[in-house]
Design a protein around this ligand. Structure first.
Ligand SMILES: *Cc1c(COP(=O)(O)O)cnc(C)c1O
Length: 454
């Protein structure tokens, strides 16, 4: 009997197969060759027949040359840090694609000469925050704070309340970030109560600025006091306000969430914020405020190391100028509509034999925004074993585990994703691998309530 291993097709002959050649053009040779090597290995071990090598390679080729996969967020956490925070609007995605090649990010096509980098995004931000004398965009909010501390406070003091020494997530502590620049932190007040007079007593010739940091992922109740921006602005030194969430103007549903316009009108010299939280755009750090200070930050050599790329500028501009981004749609979604969508989805699943129930839930903003705020929502509740199956399906759907069930919260599922969720659940039902335990592990890296189905 001949050894079947002799008939295992060689790499070159597999690469020459039309289906494999087509895949090589979209994926590149290394990924395809890795899939071929794996199929050959399995054939040598007798796990697959030699004549099945090509089919096995085709079946195991990655979808794209990048391992990141699109995921449907059914966690009910609007801004989920583990899932890439804000999903971009279609307009922003389109802008990213358009800017992906060569683009006029730093070039004036009419004049044929160099132009201000990202002027479109900067103009959009300036228009969105009319109270700001100038605006600048850096890599993220942490970078914005870093730049403020480095340029304005190196070797000097930043006065900050003990109640605002915040750890955001994954061990990221704002005080450590500030101190890393060579600025000294002058802590004032107590954890629960800090008054304007505490700042006054700390202000001296070494004071660079007063910093207010939004307690974006926790809530202190009981006997509390904090000095507001207007009180601090009256004390003399510039006031820098880290609002975190990126609301540029007040939002009616989030009355306790700080926003850039209100902080500037109250006298803040600079406001820093994230682009990928409630703003609903790409990861970015927004810096808005006093023109002279913004210019100093922008001109500092370190600003170059924190600058954003053309893709970010494209997505940011489209987020600011284009249609409502998904995070804002999910935030504003009408409770009744969400409930109707969940009811419809559960009915269709039950008609296919899936034990789906409708459950009233509470969605959360998450990702460092509106701590303690819950939004009425509705989920399709499935047995816990669906959690791992949905996560590992062709289109991964991440729900959240609650009361031993896998909840798919419809508030964070975009209407155009509903069909994919339906198909994913039906595929999970059909799959024979069943029986994941669905046990819970603490979720997101930072914002407590983020607990995806594991
Ligand atoms: C999220 C957050 C940050 C960090 O923002 P990144 O954009 O992730 O760097 C800083 N401060 C506050 C108050 C936040 O909520």
């Amino acid at each position: 009997m001949s050894d079947p291993r002799r008939h295992i097709p060689g790499t070159d002959s597999v690469l020459a197969e039309p289906r494999i050649a087509a895949a090589t053009r979209t994926l590149g040779r290394p990924l395809v060759k890795a899939a071929i090597a794996e199929a050959q290995r399995r054939a040598r071990k007798g796990e697959i027949a030699p004549e099945d090598v090509v089919d096995t390679v085709v079946g195991h080729l990655p979808e794209r040359a990048c391992g990141l996969r699109p995921v449907i967020n059914a966690t009910g956490v609007l801004v989920h840090t583990n899932l890439g925070r804000a999903p971009l609007s279609d307009a922003a995605r389109d802008a990213v694609t358009a800017a992906a090649g060569c683009t006029d990010v730093e070039f004036d096509l009419a004049e044929g000469r160099r132009a201000r980098r990202g002027r479109g995004a900067l103009a959009a931000l300036a228009e969105a925050v009319p109270d700001a004398g100038a605006v600048h965009v850096v890599n993220n909010n942490a970078a914005a704070l870093l730049l403020c501390a480095l340029v304005l406070a190196r070797g000097r003091e930043i006065v900050i309340s003990r109640g605002e020494l915040v750890e955001i997530g994954d061990g990221f502590r704002i005080p450590d970030l500030l101190a890393s620049t060579g600025a000294r932190l002058r802590e004032v007040g107590t954890t629960n109560r800090t008054y304007a007079r505490d700042y006054t007593e700390a202000i001296g010739p070494d004071t660079a600025f007063l910093l207010k940091v939004h307690a974006s992922n926790f809530h202190i109740g009981g006997f509390t006091a904090a000095a507001d921006v207007a009180e601090l602005a009256a004390l003399g030194p510039p006031v820098v306000v880290d609002i975190g969430s990126g609301l540029l103007a007040p939002h009616p549903l989030l009355p306790h969430e700080p926003d850039a316009a209100t902080a500037l009108r109250a006298g803040a010299a600079l406001v820093t914020a994230s682009g990928d939280k409630l703003l609903g755009g790409p990861q970015a750090g927004l810096l808005v405020g006093d023109a002279g200070l913004v210019e100093r930050l922008r001109r500092h050599p370190a600003a170059r190391a924190l600058r954003v790329d053309k893709l970010t500028l494209a997505a940011l501009e489209a987020t600011l100028r284009g249609p409502e981004p998904p995070v804002r749609t999910a935030l504003a979604a009408d409770d009744t509509t969400v409930r109707e969508r969940a009811t419809r989805l559960a009915e269709r699943l039950r008609a296919e034999g899936v034990p789906a129930e409708v459950l009233r839930t509470e969605a959360a903003v998450g990702g460092g925004g509106a701590p303690g705020v819950t939004l009425p929502s509705t989920a399709v509740a499935l047995p816990a074993r669906y959690g791992p199956l949905l996560r590992t399906g062709a289109v991964p759907v991440v729900g959240r585990l609650e009361h031993g069930r896998c909840l798919l919260d419809l508030r964070t599922v975009r209407a155009e994703e509903e069909r994919s969720v339906l198909e994913a659940v039906l595929a999970a039902q059909r799959s024979r691998t069943g029986g994941g335990s669905g046990e819970s592990t603490a979720g997101g890296d930072d914002h407590g309530s983020e607990r995806p189905c594991r």
